[in-house]
Design a protein around this ligand. Structure first.
Ligand code: ZN
Length: 212
């Protein structure tokens, strides 16, 4: 079996969606729950693990913000159940606790218009309190995104981390600068933001050449 983590790391950058592919992906959505997962990942840029742990309390509908906490109790995932230690034995994560991948992952994300309605549907109209109650395993989110990507006939794999990279290019195309992109995506350094700004530029150039 392909190691998913390695696969995603190597493949994310090649699998960032173009504008036409985003349109095809959104057109291929058949259910509200698919819309929640696809738009929820694509238009927040949250890591799959963070999206999986999102709770109603993260979402501030009045101020249109999503706040990723520093830590959160989780009794579900194997990775959350286990405590984590440094080599010298200091605990960096308590047992039964979820933490963002890095400290920069703790952040406030603007709720863009594209995702407002579907978050309102999931948390307010359906009355869900957490994502985990509907998608117990991260694999469920991954499978949903893959399924919609295949249905959209996109000729490369579409998975949560590729949607996160795609959100970075969406921001770049809207002229957000590297610092804003870094903070929104929760990166420690600006290097990945510069990469996605350049990638967005290449995408724009390519589509210009194809269409002119
Ligand atoms: Zn967990």
């Amino acid at each position: 079996m392909v190691n998913r983590e390695n696969y995603e790391k190597s493949a994310t950058k090649e699998n960032v969606l173009t504008d036409d592919e985003i349109e095809a992906l959104l057109d291929a959505i058949k259910t509200m729950y698919e819309e929640f997962v696809v738009k929820g990942l694509l238009y927040t840029g949250l890591r799959e693990s963070a999206f999986h742990h999102m709770k109603e309390s993260w979402v501030d509908f009045d101020r249109r913000l999503i706040r990723v906490p520093r830590k959160q109790r989780c009794m579900v995932c194997d990775s959350c159940k286990k405590p984590r230690y440094t080599k010298s034995g200091n605990e960096t994560k308590a047992a039964n606790t979820w933490v963002p991948k890095t400290s920069a992952g703790t952040r406030t994300i603007p709720m863009v218009p594209e995702v407002q309605e579907i978050l309102d549907w999931y948390f307010n109209q359906q009355g869900h309190k957490t994502v985990i109650e509907q998608y117990r395993w991260r694999q469920n989110l991954y499978n949903t995104v893959r399924k919609v990507g295949k249905r959209a006939k996109i000729d490369h794999p579409v998975f949560p981390h590729a949607l996160r990279g795609t959100f970075a290019t969406i921001l770049a195309k809207k002229d957000f600068d590297m610092w804003e992109i870094k903070d929104t995506l929760g990166w420690k350094t600006i290097q990945p933001a510069i990469f996605y700004i350049n990638l967005a530029g290449e995408q724009i150039k390519k589509s210009f050449e194809e269409k002119w």
